[in-house]
Each structure stands twice: as structure tokens, then as C-alpha cells.
Design a protein around this ligand. Structure first.
Ligand code: GN1
Ligand code: MG
Length: 364
């Protein structure tokens, strides 16, 4: 594999004598390597990433989106006196000036500068750090508030269309391609009881009651980098799904992952719940940087968005399980089922705490 990777990194505008690779296995979609390039005393670090073209069908449009978005951000960061090399991603072009490299076997690779002295988290160790994540995602949304939204491609159409996601699940149940429906009757029933929730946002969009904004759409905790020295949130990464969307998608999804007391695929469901202190910390950070641009309706729905986004991901995990695990990377046979169960438990816990969550938002 390493020989292969060497040939791939060589297609980018990078020079160096000694090159080494380390796999980074956090994400569920793309394959990522950290690349260290040595040139005598000088050491440079990059991220090399294979784009999952089963998930992202049009790498040209995808790369066009994120190169333009990062350039837009760079300009703003510079104007605001920030550090443009650390507060957004910097892509490296190929030697023939393309945004990504297409290998002979069709694989698509991109490369960007590794942000050094920064770290990502897979779980929260303190409310302060989650508050920082809230500030960082809120800031990202504000910086992009005047981005020309009509120029963005939909990299995955209907990505957060929960109503469509529900229909897809019903189709997967009907087709039962992997013969697994009989194993998940309880989960299906739980989701069907909440069918009304799945069109809450689509109904409001149709009635023009929620503004469409430039959103990140995958605000998992490990998609924000923190500065090693200061602990402050500095950079939002994983920009593949930056598309027109609702602020509620970004808020809800980050709560879903970061404010849970357990892992996304926890087997012991008694450990899965929403931590209200973390919920409050994130909401504070997010509202500090994005609050003034939100409408009353958006603020009103922040608490419930956490539940909707959690339900939506449970629906996606279950659909993938029924289709034979073709979308999300899995580490063992029933991985998507465990993920589904943990997300549904979280939905249940959020439902029982919804009045408190709403009160927290009102208070802030
Ligand atoms: C995927 O690749 P990663 O882990 O950042 C997925 C998200 C899910 C998440 C669940 C393009 O994100 O939508 O919320 O897994 N990304 C895509 O962990 O489908
Ligand atoms: Mg990611």
C-alpha cells in the first residue's frame, strides 16, 4: 500500500526526500492518511484523503465547493486578523493544477496541509471544550452567512431531508435485501411511531418559515480542531457536505454526538443519555457566535433539532443495515444495528428531557 501512496502523493505539488504515512481511522466515509515529508531539517505534514465516490458521486463538484469555500473563509480570516493557515484548510493542487488526483483505477485523492499543534476529539471531557466547539461551529456559520449560496453544488442531494430518509427506510424494509428485517422489528416500530417528527423541518421549509443557509451538515465533534496550547476551537474540517441547509441541522447533529454520555455505537444502552450540562455549554457557545443571526423560529426549534437529527441518523444506520452495510464503514457484522439502537436510546432520553432542554435555550 505504501508504494501506492507514494505514487499518489507524488502527483501533488510537494517535494521531499523521505515520505512516511500513518492511517487516520476516525471518519466513517473517506480514507485518510497523515503524510510526513522530510527535506533535510525541514519537516512538512499533509493529509492525503481518498474521496469515497460511492457516497460523493461527483468529485469535481465536491472539490469545487470546498476549494471555493476555504478560499472565501481565508479571505475573511485574513481581514479579521486571524491566522489563515490554521483557521481553515489549505488544499494542495496536483502538479497539473487540478483540485484532486484521479488514479488510473478511478480512485480520487485530495491533499491538504496538516494543521499542526491542534487536536480533534472523539468524546467530550469537559463542558468548556464543548462550549468551544459551539463557538467554532457558530462562527463558521456566521463567516459563511454571505457566501453566494447559489454557487454551491448539492454534494449529496436531500442529505438532511428526514422525510426522504424515512421513505428510504420504508423501501429498505420492503426490499429486505440482506434478510435482516425480522431482527429489527422493535426498532422499526419505534421509528414508525415518530413518523410525524420526520417531516417537521420539511413542512416548515415548504412554508418558508425557516431560512436556508450555508451549513456544514456534518458537525460531529471530531470535525472541529482545537489548539493544543490554548484549548480554543480553531478550525472546522471535513467540508464535503457544506451545502445549503438549516442551522438546525448543524446544531442538532453536534448535540447528538457531543452531548451524549456514550459512544455513537455503545452496546450498553443504559449508558446512553443526553448530558444537559453539555447541552447547555454547547448552546451557549453556539448562540454567542451565531445567535444574533438566527430567527425566533430557529431558536425555538434548537432543542428539538437535537432529537430530529438523532432520529434521522438512526434511520440512516438502520437503512444501511437493511441494505447490507454499503454506505457506512463497519468494524463488525452488526455494527450498524448497534449504532441504530444507541441513537434510538438517545432519542428516547431526549424526549424525556425535552422540557428541560427547551428551558435551557430560553434561559440563554
Ligand atoms: C459520517 O465521515 P464522518 O464520520 O465525518 C456521515 C455523517 C454521520 C456520521 C455519523 C457524508 O460522517 O452524516 O452523521 O458519519 N457523513 C456522510 O458518525 O454521510
Ligand atoms: Mg469527519
Amino acid at each position: 500500500m505504501n508504494g501506492n501512496l507514494k505514487a499518489i502523493i507524488n502527483s501533488f505539488d510537494i517535494t521531499g526526500e523521505k515520505v512516511s504515512f500513518t492511517a487516520i481511522t476516525d471518519g466513517h466515509i473517506n480514507s485518510t492518511y497523515k503524510v510526513t515529508v522530510e527535506n533535510g531539517e525541514e519537516i512538512k505534514k499533509y493529509l492525503l484523503q481518498k474521496i469515497n465516490t460511492f457516497v460523493f458521486k461527483n468529485p469535481d463538484e465536491l472539490m469545487q465547493n470546498i476549494v471555493c469555500v476555504t478560499e472565501f473563509l481565508r479571505e475573511k480570516i485574513r481581514k479579521n486578523g486571524g491566522d489563515e493557515t490554521r483557521e481553515t484548510l489549505t488544499f494542495i493542487k496536483t502538479r497539473d493544477k487540478k483540485n484532486y488526483y484521479r488514479a488510473e483505477n478511478g480512485d480520487c485523492w485530495r491533499c491538504y496541509v496538516f494543521v499542526d499543534d491542534a487536536y480533534a476529539l472523539n468524546s467530550i471531557d469537559s463542558p468548556e471544550i464543548f462550549y468551544e466547539a459551539g463557538r467554532t461551529f457558530g462562527c463558521f456559520q456566521s463567516l459563511l452567512s454571505d457566501y453566494p449560496i447559489e454557487t454551491l453544488y448539492d454534494t449529496i442531494p436531500d442529505f438532511h431531508n428526514t422525510e426522504k430518509r424515512y421513505e428510504n427506510l420504508e423501501n429498505a424494509i420492503k426490499n429486505d435485501r440482506a434478510g435482516r428485517v425480522k431482527k429489527v422489528e422493535k426498532e422499526i416500530e419505534f421509528i414508525r411511531k415518530r413518523k410525524d417528527d420526520t417531516h417537521l423541518f420539511t413542512d416548515l421549509i415548504k412554508k418558508n418559515e425557516l431560512p436556508v443557509r450555508v451549513t456544514h451538515n456534518d458537525t460531529k465533534l471530531n470535525n472541529v480542531l482545537f489548539d493544543k496550547k490554548t484549548g480554543k476551537g480553531i478550525c472546522v474540517i471535513d467540508l464535503d457536505t457544506v451545502m445549503p441547509g438549516l442551522s438546525l441541522y448543524d446544531f442538532g447533529d453536534c448535540i447528538r454526538y457531543g452531548a451524549s454520555t456514550a459512544k455513537e455505537d455503545e452496546h450498553d444502552l443504559s449508558l446512553v443519555s443526553i448530558d444537559l450540562k453539555l447541552f447547555e455549554a454547547y448552546a451557549r457557545g453556539y448562540l454567542e457566535t451565531a445567535g444574533s443571526s438566527l430567527t425566533e423560529k430557529e431558536k425555538e426549534l434548537l432543542a428539538v433539532s437535537s432529537k430530529i437529527l438523532t432520529l434521522e441518523l438512526a434511520i440512516r444506520f438502520l437503512e444501511d443495515y437493511l441494505n447490507g452495510d454499503e454506505y457506512f464503514k463497519t468494524d463488525y457484522p452488526d455494527h450498524n444495528l448497534f449504532r441504530t439502537k444507541a441513537q434510538l436510546k438517545l432519542v428516547e432520553d431526549m424526549e424525556s428531557k425535552m422540557p428541560q432542554m427547551e428551558e435551557i435555550i430560553r434561559k440563554i
